[in-house]
Design a protein around this ligand. Structure first.
Ligand code: AMP
Length: 115
């Protein structure tokens, strides 16, 4: 069983977060340390530690990350200018919280993707 983490507590509303959206599969909330004017995290409700751990059973939740990202991008008014979706994996990917999540970043030009 994977270890509980801060995102599990946010999903269960045990600790505060600026939650924008929640359904049976995913929860979206504003990043506490935003790297762009819009910086939202969309997390799977079920605890999947990293992108390495996804299985076919997770496909509905993983697809939902994208449909919710599109919905929130529209709400944030960044859909036309554009945005970036990122999933970090493990140490070299810069993953800090081991609960699979998609970053939605936008509201300014983000520049080229550099390592
Ligand atoms: P990652 O490096 O992909 O694991 O991203 C983790 C993200 O979670 C970082 O951008 C953090 O700023 C963000 N974060 C950590 N704790 C919280 C929290 N309590 N509420 C909202 N965002 C958080």
């Amino acid at each position: 069983m994977a270890e509980e983490n801060i995102f599990s507590k946010i999903i269960r509303r045990e600790i505060p977060a600026d939650i924008l959206y929640q359904d049976d599969l995913v929860t979206a909330f504003r990043d506490i340390s935003p790297k762009a004017p819009s910086h939202i995290l969309i997390v799977t409700n079920v605890l999947i530690p990293t992108a390495n751990d996804v299985t076919a059973d997770d496909e509905a939740a993983l697809g939902r990350l994208f449909t919710v990202a599109a919905k929130i991008a529209l709400q944030e008014g960044i859909d036309e200018e554009g945005y970036r979706l990122i999933v970090n994996c493990n140490r070299h990917g810069g993953q800090e919280v081991y609960h699979l999540h998609m970053h939605l970043l936008g509201g300014k030009p983000l520049g080229p993707l550099v390592a």
